[in-house]
Design a protein around this ligand. Structure first.
Ligand SMILES: [Zn+2]
Length: 196
């Protein structure tokens, strides 16, 4: 049976992972990915004066090419929960729409990545080539000093090399491909030449 990204997304949304709290979200991913055969490591980073933040690195396979999914499970605070039409951590579905803090940014995308990986491994386990990784931080929505940058440095020290990466941040409000971003709160200038 294929993995259900909606179920995974709802389970993630129900975790109160308001940055920098882990809120059970990384534990959920750890259990799910470990079940599928991933080697999962939880890594906590610290910085003086700031809360410690948990991160997760999971990998299956040991050979290249090495494909990574990256993302975050922390969310911004919900504000006054009484003002929400549906509870921010309830993961309600109404008229085919999933409601909850982080449904878009970006537990929905993390859930899709996990489901895709599980389906791939279930379908092609016998012919699996290369490696799949998850680089998931709990420190994106806050000051973000104990997150992806440190996780990448940590991975580099261990000799991890990534050939490809997909990060499902919701950056395109209206249509897929309308916006390209590099890094976090950064910018990219480029020249696009179209020839016929
Ligand atoms: Zn995000």
């Amino acid at each position: 049976m294929p993995a259900n990204p909606v179920t995974i997304a709802r389970d993630l949304i129900r975790c109160r992972s308001v940055t920098p709290a882990e809120g059970g979200a990384l534990a959920l991913l750890e259990a799910t990915l470990a079940d599928a055969g991933f080697t999962v490591e939880r890594v906590t980073f610290s910085e003086p004066g700031l809360a410690d933040v948990q991160n997760l690195y999971a990998r299956i396979g040991s050979s290249p090419p090495h494909f990574a999914f990256a993302g975050h499970t922390d969310v911004v605070p919900p504000g006054d929960e009484a003002k929400w039409t549906y509870p921010p951590f309830g993961a309600d579905i109404a008229d085919g729409v999933l409601y909850g803090r982080g449904a878009v940014d970006m537990k929905g995308a993390v859930a899709c990545a996990v489901a895709a990986a599980l389906d791939y491994l279930a379908d092609k386990a016998s012919a699996q080539k290369g490696s799949i990784s998850f680089l998931i931080t709990g420190d994106e929505e806050g000051v973000a000093v104990n997150g992806t940058v440190k996780l990448l440095q940590w991975a580099a020290v261990r000799g991890e090399r990534f050939d490809h990466c997909i990060l499902g941040e919701p950056t395109n409000p209206a249509a897929l491909g309308e916006m390209v971003k590099i890094g976090r709160r950064g910018s990219l200038n480029g020249t696009l030449v179209v020839t016929d």
